[in-house]
Design a protein around this ligand. Structure first.
Ligand code: URA
Length: 299
């Protein structure tokens, strides 16, 4: 029988897992050789700077439409397919994970051979037999990605969960259903976008991906992004955001800005799982989706 101490440890572990999922902690970042600010591999718990905000449309309410009645000041999501009017946001110039690694020669120096793949199908075929990290042993399916191979908008999440592992498709579980509702409310067709994760295999008990797992898997995502060539990338949650941007910080400090490299814009937001756990994340997610929609319509 589990002791009281074991129970307390389990509860604490689950608490920190949930904080990490919500982006309330700095967790890790794949190492960026040569960077003076390369973060440590272990977490430092940090209070988020998420400000209290007015109610966002309740995108968890129904499958058909968001409940916008609760928030008189909330945007009219039924209005038009045009670009929403979004306040000016700070633009930050970055080097995304893929070009960072290309210049350091660490991950894309030809060792993966993925650069010879000229279609997503070829990259996926290579990923199916991947044994580059220990997650290979526990997977049912490699969850490569799904959607429009020519998408102008790409969503990048954290890792497959149980449902995704079973079906081999990203974002089909509860988080995926919420993502579908958010997209629908924003007037974005899921079939028009491409959805993938920073790692392709499910971590045990849905734990946060480890740095070595992200590093092992990143070449697949790099090749996916290169072939799809999206103009706008939305990172969902802290692991995906920190991995792509190479910038430390909580989701509260990283979101609400647009990160640009060349003609690619990265707009981070909280993972939908955060909004499933705590409604306070609905409003910032909704605001970020408005910005994403505006840039997507322009792209
Ligand atoms: N959460 C993710 O980050 N990705 C999925 O595919 C499903 C849940």
């Amino acid at each position: 029988m589990a002791s009281g101490r074991d129970e307390a440890n389990k509860l604490a572990a689950e608490y920190f897992r949930q904080l990490g999922e919500a982006g309330e902690t700095e967790i890790y970042l794949p190492s960026v050789p040569g960077r003076a600010d390369a973060p440590k591999a272990h977490s430092t718990v940090k209070t988020s700077d998420v400000a209290a905000t007015p109610e966002a449309p309740d995108v968890t309410a129904t499958p058909e439409a968001p409940d916008v009645t609760a928030a008189p000041e909330a945007p009219d999501v039924t209005a038009t397919p045009e670009a929403p009017d979004v306040p000016t946001v700070e633009i930050v110039k970055v080097k995304l994970a893929f070009s960072r690694e290309a210049t350091t020669g660490d991950m894309f120096a030809g060792s993966t051979g993925l650069e010879t793949c000229t279609t997503l199908e070829q990259v996926e075929a290579r990923s199916v037999g991947c044994q580059n990290c220990e997650l290979a042993g526990g997977r049912t399916n490699v969850v490569f990605g799904a959607g429009n191979p020519n998408a102008r908008l790409m969503f990048i999440g954290e890792a497959p969960g149980r449902d995704e592992d079973i079906q081999g498709i990203p974002f089909v579980g509860r988080s995926g259903q919420l993502l579908n509702k958010i997209l629908e409310a924003a007037g974005i067709e899921r079939d028009d976008v491409y959805i993938a994760n920073i790692i392709k295999c499910r971590p045990p008990n849905n734990r946060t991906p480890l740095t070595n797992e992200i590093e092992a898997c990143l070449p697949y995502l790099g090749r996916q992004v290169a072939l799809i060539a999206p103009r706008v990338i939305c990172t969902l949650g802290l692991p995906a955001t920190q991995t792509l941007l190479g910038i430390r910080g909580s989701m509260g400090s990283l979101r609400g800005k647009m990160y640009v490299e060349g003609n690619v814009k990265v707009i981070p937001t909280y993972h939908p799982a955060a909004a499933l756990r705590d409604p306070k994340y609905k409003r910032p997610i909704w605001d970020d989706i408005q910005l994403i929609k505006r840039e997507y319509v322009k792209a």
